[in-house]
Design a protein around this ligand. Sequence first.
Ligand SMILES: [Zn+2]
Length: 343
Amino acid sequence: MIAIAFLISAVIFSGGTFAAPPAHPSAGPSEPRAPSGKAPAEAATESGPRAGGKSAKASPTAPKQAAFDSTRAFRYLLEQCALGPRNPGSEGHRRAIDYFSAHFKSLGLSARLQTFAHKDMTTGKPVNLTNIIATVPGKDPKRKPAVFCAHWDTRPRADMEASLMMKSKPIIGANDGASGVAVIMELANALKNTPPAQTIYLVLFDGEDYGHEGNIEEYFLGARHFADNLPAKDIEYALLFDMVGDKNLSLPMEQNSLKQSPELVRKIWARAALLGLKAFEPRVGPNVLDDHIPLQAKGIPAVDIIDFEYPYWHTLADTPDKCSAHSLGVVGRLAESLAITPP
Ligand SMILES: [Zn+2]
């Protein structure tokens, strides 16, 4: 993804005081906002090494116990990285498509490959791209479906490296790519025994990170194609998971999500507070251009769950040792809760 206004937003939260976002008019007394920037302490259930197996505090709206297995999710992150860089045209890219298909198939889910070609804007050559769409049927067929998504491709070049030689190498993308996908893959497991309230499309986008810096037209290729070819006419909402594996997980509210869907963002962060997931911080984060933008452009309320405070972004050091099962568990637990009890 690209953080166009990252420096500006960094200024917003570097002062230590939390400025209310201009596009956040729905903030009410129940807002999970605290001066410390932390969620209410009484619901703190995130402190263990694994968020997966703990039950939520009793509450009439508290979703039931999570099945999301953070250890298994982390294994999915490792397995993706073991395929090597997964940038379009690479061997890892080809193998990853089979890997994802086999995963969803093994869980008895239909996984559709949405293939398309993109004409590279520099070389003019066609680049073959593939979105993977797995459908988890919901309990209520009349309810509009939701989309839970992440990008599976990795960046073809490590732009943020200092040396020219390093810059040209493809990244392994443990956090930028594999982490969000690992959450989606494990979610398919977690929802096996507890069907979601509404049908959930688990979507892995290709070609998110293909573009050269400064050329926005060549980013989000898979999400653009998906948005133009939606699996259902009406999508209730979409949740995007990107860079959610950082060991030091910090998930403020992304600005474009807030601007488009302030109420949905408020509900999601309130749910996280209810579950005691303190990494979800009730403060305004950076302004990020990501796969949620093409979905928003089609009128789908779309929220980007992203930790952009990651020093290894677009470097060769974006490797599994910078990530943790715990972080995947925090995000997975929220995703599972929203699937079972919609926001
Ligand atoms: Zn990236």
